[in-house]
Design a binder for this molecule. Structure first.
Ligand SMILES: NC(=O)c1ccc[n+]([C@@H]2O[C@H](COP(=O)([O-])OP(=O)(O)OC[C@H]3O[C@@H](n4cnc5c(N)ncnc54)[C@H](O)[C@@H]3O)[C@@H](O)[C@H]2O)c1
Ligand SMILES: Nc1nc(=O)c(N)c(NC[C@H](O)[C@H](O)[C@H](O)COP(=O)(O)O)[nH]1
Length: 234
């Protein structure tokens, strides 16, 4: 069973037919087409928060906003902020103070750091409006403890958390038994390269404790396929 308390956590990723999230230079590539990006936008709009790891923040500088004006309006009509809370798992507070999450769209931002994050970097981030820094590192390991983070995010009122990568954060959350559902769009290209990030990097699972999934659905979208999986955390 998944350890509680935690939000419902869904990882959404797009990967090439050979399982890569981006190129060996860690350059973002459009794997999804228009229809899949629109599905992702709807998923963002239905979530309380969207999270990326610092690797993705530094390589892609994502804005993590809801793109459709109609969906933003629907959120505000329901009494929510236009955008879900935008969260970065960032052990050493390396998120640039002028990152697009601070410049584009309104709504709250949370940077999750470890106890050893440099205080001058933390203070600089806190100068951005609507920004909170949360320390999730109970034993002072210098790395965000993802289970503690989930607990603290639940306390912040986040019930549904959508994670948009990258490879290291995906694996960390899966290994901690925190992920409830995975949505993977497989696009019609090969990226290749042994150093190109895959859906789950990190240290990986061993033969006798592979993480098992249950297929919820499959759907052809444009020239790719969307797979929805439930994670069996028991
Ligand atoms: N195709 C897609 O759907 C998609 C989505 C997101 C990112 N990407 C790609 O993924 C790549 C980035 O992936 P990545 O693996 O370099 O970075 P990442 O985004 O997974 O961030 C990894 C970092 O998160 C931080 N983190 C903090 N605590 C952690 C913990 N306990 N466990 C794991 N991580 C923790 C660490 O500092 C770690 O280095 C980029 O190339 C990006 O373009 C692709
Ligand atoms: N669904 C999806 N399909 C892709 O083909 C692709 N490359 C990503 N990549 C995810 C990554 O985190 C991106 O950086 C954010 O999707 C950018 O988000 P913004 O548009 O800036 O809000 N995601």
């Amino acid at each position: 069973m998944k350890s509680l308390p935690s939000p419902f956590i869904l990882i959404n990723s797009a990967m090439s037919a050979d399982g890569k999230l981006s190129t060996k230079e860690r350059k973002q590539v459009k794997i999804s087409g228009k229809a899949d990006f629109d599905r992702v936008d709807a998923l963002r709009a239905s979530s309380d928060a969207i999270m990326v790891g610092i690797g993705t923040m530094l390589s892609d500088n994502p804005s993590l906003t809801v793109k459709s004006e109609k969906r933003r309006k629907e959120r505000t009509l329901a009494g929510k902020d236009e955008n879900p809370v935008r969260i970065v798992a960032d052990s050493q507070a390396k998120t640039p103070v002028d990152a697009d999450i601070f410049k584009k769209g309104s709504g709250k931002k949370i940077i999750v750091v470890s106890k050893t994050a440099p205080s001058e970097k933390v203070n600089a981030l806190l100068k951005n409006p609507d920004t909170k820094v949360i320390v999730a590192d109970p034993v002072g390991s210098g790395r965000v403890d993802l289970t503690e983070m989930a607990k603290l995010l639940k306390k912040e009122g986040i019930e549904k958390l959508m994670v948009e990568g990258g490879a290291t954060l995906n694996e960390g959350l899966l290994a901690a038994g925190l992920v409830d559902e995975i949505n993977i769009f497989i696009g019609n290209m090969i990226i290749g390269g042994k150093n190109a990030p895959t859906f789950a990097d990190g240290s990986g699972f061993s033969e006798n404790n592979l993480l098992k999934l249950e297929l919820i659905s499959f759907e052809k979208i444009e020239d790719g396929i969307l797979l929805k999986w439930k994670v069996k955390n028991d």
